[in-house]
Design a protein around this ligand. Structure first.
Ligand SMILES: *[C@@H]1O[C@H](CO)[C@@H](O)[C@H](O)[C@H]1NC(C)=O
Ligand SMILES: *[C@@H]1O[C@H](CO)[C@@H](O)[C@H](O)[C@H]1NC(C)=O
Ligand SMILES: [Cu+2]
Length: 241
């Protein structure tokens, strides 16, 4: 009796450990600018231990912006980058070793920018990159990200006006998205000072606000055959050409 309940407790404990291991969430860990991979967390709005581990599922939460406990601009440093050049953002489950994100967490990648002075509030976020699902080879952006060691190259639009920006990189994990509120949103922000001769100030959307719980790309059964996936949010306005 005592032994069997002891075994039960041990078994339950192992299950908990196992589910933590399998529940591989993810966060933005390193940036590469001008061909140099920067140290962990450099120019990234800080991630608390809890935000690092857990996704945001409430689409009205301000946490949807940058998944940080500290939205003050002084919470991180700012990295200089030339408009028109590529920033490589790198995602990991933990540190820069090993796993990127659980392979079960299939979904799109989206990247937005907003002027730094807005601090992400208001209709300020414009999309600069998106990659969803390719039905011809059944690849999600997350599949590619895993193959690529967590790295995603994004061009900073050449024509945006010079200045400070937040770069918001986002992964939507759709493995539980059949149910309302099941989409797991992983967003983190970098803080950039963009140099260049551009003049444009693209019109933006509000985050939170732009995503709705029943958007076809958010409330979705990805285990059914799919011809086309509708990436949530506005279209990409500036591709950096
Ligand atoms: C990248 O190069 C630009 C242009 O030379 C420079 O202004 C910027 O500070 C560099 N960024 C980093 C992170 O080294
Ligand atoms: C990238 O971040 C990891 C921690 O996640 C750190 O250990 C590593 O040193 C960083 N890479 C570089 C090149 O600084
Ligand atoms: Cu997860």
């Amino acid at each position: 009796m005592a032994l069997s309940s002891f075994i039960l407790v041990i078994a339950a404990f192992c299950l908990v450990l196992l589910s933590f291991g399998v529940q591989a969430h993810t966060y933005l860990s390193n940036l590469s600018i001008n061909g140099t991979r920067l140290p962990f967390g450099r120019c990234i709005r800080p991630l608390s231990a809890s935000r690092r581990t857990f996704p945001v599922q409430d689409l009205s939460s301000p946490d949807l912006r940058c998944r940080t406990t500290d939205m003050s601009p002084s919470a991180t440093d700012t990295c200089g980058i030339l408009a028109g050049s590529t920033i490589t953002v790198e995602w990991h489950h933990q540190g820069d070793q090993g796993e990127v994100i659980s392979a079960s967490h299939k979904g799109p990648c989206l990247v937005y920018m907003a002027p730094l002075e807005s601090n992400g509030e208001g209709n300020v976020w414009f999309k600069i990159f998106e990659d969803g699902y390719d039905a011809t080879n059944k690849q999600w952006c997350v599949d590619k990200l895993i193959k690529n060691g967590g790295k995603l190259g994004v061009v900073i639009p050449r024509d945006i006006r010079a200045g400070g920006y937040l770069l918001r990189t986002e992964i939507m994990a759709l493995h539980n998205a059949r149910d309302v509120g099941g989409m797991q949103d992983y967003a983190n922000c970098a803080q950039l000072q963009v140099a260049g001769n551009g003049k444009k100030t693209p019109r933006g959307v509000a985050i939170p606000g732009v995503y709705k719980a029943d958007d076809p790309g958010i409330l979705i059964n990805i285990y059914k055959k799919m011809e086309k996936y509708a990436i949530p949010g506005p279209p990409v306005l500036y591709k950096g050409e």
